[in-house]
Design a protein around this ligand. Sequence first.
Ligand code: SAM
Ligand code: SF4
Length: 399
Amino acid sequence: MTVSPQRTPAPSTAAPAADALGLYVHWPFCLSKCPYCDFNSHVREWIPQDRWREALLAELRYWAAVTGRRPLGSIFFGGGTPSLMPPATVGLVIETAHSLWDAVPDIEITLEANPSSVEAGRFRDLRAAGVNRVSLGVQALDDASLRFLGRRHGASEAVAAVRLAARIFPRFSFDLIYARPGQTVAGWRRELADALGMAGEHLSVYQLTIEKGTPFYAGHARGEFALPDEDTQAALYETTQAMLEDAGLPAYEISNHARPGAECRHNLVYWTGGDYVGVGPGAHGRVTIEGIAHATEQTPLPEAWLERVERDGHGTRRRTPIDRETRIEELLMMGLRLATGIDRARFAQRASRALDDVLDPAKLQRLIDGGFLLSDETSLRATPAGLQRLNAVLAALIA
Ligand SMILES: C[S@@+](CC[C@H](N)C(=O)[O-])C[C@H]1O[C@@H](n2cnc3c(N)ncnc32)[C@H](O)[C@@H]1O
Ligand code: SF4
């Protein structure tokens, strides 16, 4: 497993309701494929919507039988482009989840939306279906960058979608991608200031990563475009941290910023090593079965997933116990992404070992002396310098 300091589809100061389950629902379809994107997303001319609805509900029932009734703290519709799901399907998934698990009273129900007018037109119906938080993929606030990123929306359309979302949903967030070719610190400052002018309580800011197998990967290798050099990338990251902190949206995770208390609770489940069920093509899950943490993964290709669910009642292709060493690595990699770091008590509960018993004291001390980690009685966390080069810190700690 690799940890990217640039992005992760979601923890913080606000701990998720103790041991509440998260539910991730993957919708794998998009209207077109963005050239930088390596998510499990596909373009299809026609989607048999009735079959998709029934298959998602079947997987919910399957996983509820595995987990038993548990408190449910969050639902996250990710993609792909779940704002293209029929709102009736979204509503039925939410209703069925409520019937199978015990939803906490303030359950967080997020849906990722693309900020085009087509989708903004569905916001009221999605809200009526039970969605109480949207995360919009704005990506950039200038038209030339949006064209480069292959987006279907322009900047003004994105701004209109954010304003509409702010009126309709109790909570909203949007994503930006920085370290784009030619980007300067001065330009990024202006763009961030515009973003802050319309931001609510949460913002995700990802550094552009060139993913293998994408058109950007090939184009970058051919020299068609270049990313800003390392110093500029570092300056863009530092500018982001400083401006958002000053605006009351400090980073609670490498790429995620929120007013304290407004963190994405679903993503906190991932980062704090909690249990979550994943349904839909390629969805991953972490589920404790008979006291043992299991990694789960559903069949990735949409049509193959649908056929399997129709045949077997679920499209699980992997459901394996996680060995202790892997579990510990996962908890370290995820937990150190958080500004609040790894809570020692929670770590001991999830790993069945005390944090100090699994770390090499000499390696730990070197990272503390170097100014990359901080350790006290309650937590182990990365300093700002450590967060900026977390991959290297993790390598030095775990290797
Ligand atoms: C599942 S994706 C997108 C949701 C939605 N379909 C959209 O595009 O608006 C979640 C977010 O990951 C980020 N992302 C995806 N690929 C990326 C890449 N290669 N580099 C940086 N950020 C990326 C984008 O900001 C995106 O909004
Ligand atoms: S970035 Fe979003 S819209 Fe673009 S291909 Fe990926 S999932 Fe689809």
